[in-house]
Design a protein around this ligand. Structure first.
Ligand code: PLP
Length: 373
């Protein structure tokens, strides 16, 4: 049985939402309900506004709508999941290098962040044995992310299966699987959803959303799937935080899911082409070594051979070569020696960026490069 943070006991609710849910359920049974509960205008949103919102099922398993929470972006799911389990004395495991908000919110919650190392030699996958060996009686939540930011790594099915099999021995540990890049896998790499393992469904939180798949970052729209025993807590957090996602974004999100998916396929095809180009080009730069990322839209070359540290190279490339990249250390201590390149940019821009870096490396005085200044 998973163990919630004590703060969850202090979180109240807004009864209007409970009454609304009950009223809707009764109406669905054919009962006549006059709803004087919720403070919500009874007029329909004017049509031109709805229309503007309109402009803008993938995991292969059955999920009941009762377990789904639509939220304003993927970040909200991770914030809720970490607040739900994180408190002083608790440990939460998270990928490192990984999306920086995991570690940030774990610290904010009072819990101890326990890094899950990702290995370049394993295509930036974790080792299930290594992860399992780090679990302790204090571990409350383990965060997984595949395909990953910032590495582009995709965890192979066999590794996931070893981890899931091991986690069966720890029924008190909840799992949050961040699958926001699930549609972006290349070269026949497969996305394996943690949702497809019944043995952990009763403590699995799935994070996904529209931001990446549908190029809708600014719409602030995500969804999560919660197990039966956590959905009420997640809903209470939502009621306390944002009530619901703005309606125009929800209409747009619905259109994205139910409409033609051609745009997704062509975006993924474009990313695949850019990935090939940038990985080849980065591997041709002196001191760079870049594994072929299986997914997402990031390349994460090892730059140790340049003599610079990650932050030093990030700063000099921006100031002197006019190329913005992100130091691997922005994604955790294990990101030292790497730079993140987002290839969500046009092919000509990517080519120009690599040329600028080549010129910069050619001109960087060796003594400066060696000291990483
Ligand atoms: N998870 C990962 C791994 C991400 O890279 C991002 C955004 O970059 C998010 C979640 C957050 O997504 P959203 O913009 O929907 O909040």
């Amino acid at each position: 049985m998973v163990r919630l943070a004590a703060r969850m006991g202090a979180l109240g609710t807004e009864t209007a939402f409970e009454v609304l849910a009950r009223a809707k359920a009764l109406e669905a049974q054919g009962k006549s309900i006059i709803n004087l509960g919720i403070g919500q205008p009874d007029f329909a949103t004017p049509p031109h506004i709805v229309e503007a919102g309109r402009k803008a099922r993938r995991h292969g398993v059955t999920v009941s709508p009762d377990n789904v929470l639509v939220v304003p972006g993927g970040k909200v799911t991770m914030f809720f999941a970490i607040l739900m389990f994180g408190e002083a004395g608790a440990e939460i495991m998270y990928p490192n290098p990984g999306f920086p908000i995991y570690e940030s919110v774990i610290r904010f919650s009072g819990a101890t962040p326990v890094p899950m190392p990702l290995h370049e030699a394993k295509g930036f996958s974790f080792s299930a044995e290594e992860v399992l060996a780090q679990l302790t009686p204090r571990t409350r939540l383990i965060i997984l992310n595949s395909p990953a930011n910032p590495t582009g790594g995709v965890v192979p099915r066999a590794e996931i299966e070893r981890l899931v099999a091991g986690l069966e021995r720890f029924p008190e540990i909840a799992i949050m699987s961040d699958e926001i890049y699930s549609c972006m896998v290349y070269d026949g790499a497969e996305h394996v959803s943690l949702l497809s393992y019944p043995a952990i469904r009763d403590r699995l939180i799935l994070l996904d959303g529209w931001s990446k798949t549908y190029a809708m970052t600014g719409w602030r729209l995500g969804y999560s799937v919660w197990p039966d025993k956590l959905i009420a807590d997640a809903t209470r957090l939502a009621i306390n935080c944002h009530s619901c996602v703005n309606a125009s974004a929800q209409f747009a999100g619905l259109a994205a899911l139910t409409g033609p998916q051609d745009a997704v396929h062509s975006m993924v095809a474009a990313f695949a082409e850019r990935r090939k180009m940038i990985v080849d080009a980065l591997n041709g730069l002196p001191g760079f070594r870049c594994v072929n990322p299986g997914g997402a839209f990031y390349a994460f070359p090892n730059i140790a051979g340049t003599g610079f540290d990650a932050k030093g190279l990030q700063t000099r490339l921006l100031d002197e070569a006019g190329v913005a990249t992100i130091a691997g250390t922005s994604f955790g201590a294990f990101g030292e020696g790497y730079l993140r390149f987002s290839y969500a940019s046009s092919l000509p821009q990517l080519r120009e960026a690599v040329e600028r870096i080549r010129r910069f490396l050619g001109n960087a005085p060796p003594q400066l490069a060696a000291s990483g200044q």
